[in-house]
Ligand binder design. Structure first.
Ligand code: GRF
Length: 195
């Protein structure tokens, strides 16, 4: 069975959907650990209540990117990570890590990439821009992480309608609901594809 290491910085609701998918055998994998950069992340509580090991690693506390990468890689090796699953992780994954896990790092983004992706488009900012531009639709995308931020190959997308009077908050909720359905399915499919 493949080992997943999930990276999350915030509430971790996508992490929860992955935990649930593993529990109900929709996703045939083991969650070997959670990495967060934020000691207050609710994802830590979710991990603890499911006995998933956690590591809080703050990239800013290392003297250099090389030292940070070495530390992170050691942790990933200890957990025998096969795939890295980014679920609301607000730090860039260094190129050195990406080259160690080719095609084996996935991310979910709350827009229909390539639209509203790249630097500055995260969280609420994505939904605010979608509404400001009067888009009719938005959604979420699961993609492979490459060195080009938010530009790796898209594996799947889910679309939602942007209603009149939509707010960034209501759109975020709608998109998140789709994320929770899409991400575990795409992870399962990707694990089987790379077997
Ligand atoms: C999600 O909208 C995801 O697309 C983005 O960050 C958010 C994380 O939400 N990358 P959560 O922490 O999983 O609730």
């Amino acid at each position: 069975m493949k080992n997943l290491v999930v990276f999350a910085s915030g509430s971790g609701s996508n992490f929860q959907s992955i935990i649930d998918a593993v529990s109900n055998k929709q996703l045939n994998a083991n969650i070997a650990g959670l990495i967060t950069n934020n000691e207050n992340s609710f994802a830590i509580k979710r991990a603890k209540s499911h006995s998933i090991p956690t590591a809080c690693i703050n990239p800013s506390l290392f003297k250099s990117e090389d030292e940070y990468c070495e530390f992170l890689l050691k942790q990933l090796h200890n957990w025998k990570a096969d795939f890295l699953i980014l679920a609301g992780y607000l730090r860039k994954i260094p190129g050195k890590i990406i080259s160690q896990y080719p095609d084996r790092i996935l991310n979910i983004h709350p827009s229909l990439l390539p639209a509203y992706g790249g630097k500055g488009f995260y969280g609420k900012k994505v939904h605010e821009a979608v509404i400001k531009n009067r888009e009719q639709e938005s959604g979420c995308s699961v993609h492979i992480v490459t060195k080009q931020y938010d530009e790796g190959p898209i594996l799947a997308q889910s679309t939602v309608k942007v209603d009149e009077n939509e707010t960034a908050e209501s759109l975020a909720r709608k998109v998140l609901t789709q994320e929770h359905i899409l991400y575990p399915k795409v992870i399962e499919h990707h694990l089987n594809t790379l077997k």
